[in-house]
Design a protein around this ligand. Structure first.
Ligand code: NAD
Length: 353
């Protein structure tokens, strides 16, 4: 199977590329623009393989993306390229509309032309897998779960741009017959996550003896999914999922942000007692909340579990331990990022007067 993975130099896309490149009979082409969030070291371990290649390209650049399809002749597209950080979408939504909406539209048009030119056998195999987020469903109160039938109600520029992309993908299936699948996953964590996101930021702040900024009262609640479990789920959906269907992907855990930060603190302190921090309460700093901060997300993963047989291998505790160890052992990965790209400053406050 020949697969184009868009956004394959990012956090989740690179985990997908690493997984696919290790599968017999898979050939992967990683198509990535290489924004600030990308890092070619995430695919370093597979870069020399014969079944892996890379092209630096913007999904909004239709003629160039057409050439990539023409040359590679994919059996499938796994579309992960996106602007992905909610706080950055609050400061500057334009890039999110451009990549997540216009970029997805452009990719769908290229895929549609390509699909129409395939013979009947190739048409039967082809699929376009759009990778999305549970944030498109908006926020839950204290009860309930997101199912595949939950109506869309996005609240941030990021989630609205992803919701727009999901709707386009759905429409290209219903109107043009493009064989698509959509998956919506909960928050991911794991190795190689850019340190603007909650879990790596907190790990690195503890290791660097810095304060731990917690938004609002820290009670906002999320489901957490280890990135390797997500990559496995995406492969399962690609190979076993039904065309035209949606699948929710999530770990069965619910943890509020303050608990997440406390678990990280305890895990880092157990592994590196000399981090020099005092008590947890002394280094936590409650900071003004994110504008429009969704209260609670919780995925019901029954469909992917019962219909496709996927289950996560990590619990939140085992996944967090694995992740904390990885960051402790990979200073050479994150130190240059903190020095050259992002040093841990607060984002998403420009809209706040
Ligand atoms: P990321 O920010 O780590 O990586 C995104 C990648 O996309 C980067 O390598 C970047 O260079 C590339 N990219 C951005 N704009 C591009 C463009 N115009 N053309 C080509 N490449 C471009 O993101 P991530 O966390 O790995 O998320 C991947 C996908 O999964 C996104 O679609 C995101 O919405 C979705 N998702 C993420 C999470 C999460 O918790 N991180 C949860 C659910 C869904």
């Amino acid at each position: 199977m020949k697969v184009i993975v868009t956004g394959g130099a990012g956090f989740i896309g690179s985990a997908v590329c690493r997984l696919l490149a290790g599968k017999n009979g898979c050939e992967v082409l990683n198509l990535d623009k290489l924004t600030y969030a990308a890092d070619m070291r995430t695919v370093g371990v597979i870069s020399g393989r014969r079944n892996y290649s890379f092209v630096q390209e913007d999904i909004c650049n239709k003629p160039s993306v057409e050439k990539v399809f023409e040359n590679f002749q994919p059996d499938a597209v796994m579309h992960l390229a996106a602007e992905s950080h909610v706080d950055r979408s609050i400061d500057g939504p334009a890039e999110f509309i451009q990549t997540n909406v216009v970029g997805t539209f452009t990719l769908l048009e290229v895929a549609r032309d390509y699909f129409n030119g395939l013979d009947d056998v190739a048409k039967r195999h082809f699929r376009f897998h759009h990778v999305s987020t549970d944030e498109v469903f908006g926020t839950l109160g204290n009860e309930g779960l997101f199912t595949e039938e939950t109506p869309y109600a996005p609240n941030s520029p990021y989630s609205a741009s992803k919701a727009g992309a999901d709707h386009l993908v759905r429409a290209w299936h219903h109107t043009y017959g493009l064989p698509v699948i959509i998956s919506n996953s909960s928050n991911n964590y794991g190795p190689y996550q850019f340190p603007e996101k909650l879990i790596p930021l907190m790990i690195l702040n503890i290791l660097r003896g810095k304060k731990l900024p917690v938004y609002g009262n820290g009670q906002n609640t999320r489901n957490w999914l280890h990135v390797e479990d997500h990559a496995e789920a995406l492969f399962t959906i690609l190979t076993k999922g039904k065309l035209g269907e949606k699948y929710n992907v999530g770990g069965c855990n619910e943890v509020n942000n303050l608990e997440v930060v406390r678990k990280i603190f305890d895990t880092v302190r157990a592994l590196v007692p000399e981090t020099g921090c005092k008590k947890f309460d002394d280094i936590v700093e409650f900071v003004p909340d994110r504008p429009g901060h969704d209260w609670r997300y919780a995925i019901d993963p029954t469909k992917i579990r019962t219909e496709l047989g996927w289950t996560p291998k990590y619990s939140f505790d085992t996944g967090l331990l694995h992740t904390v160890k990885w960051y402790i052992e990979h200073r050479d990965w994150w130190e240059p990022i903190l020095k050259n790209k992002y040093s841990g400053e607060r984002l998403g406050q420009r809209a706040v007067k």
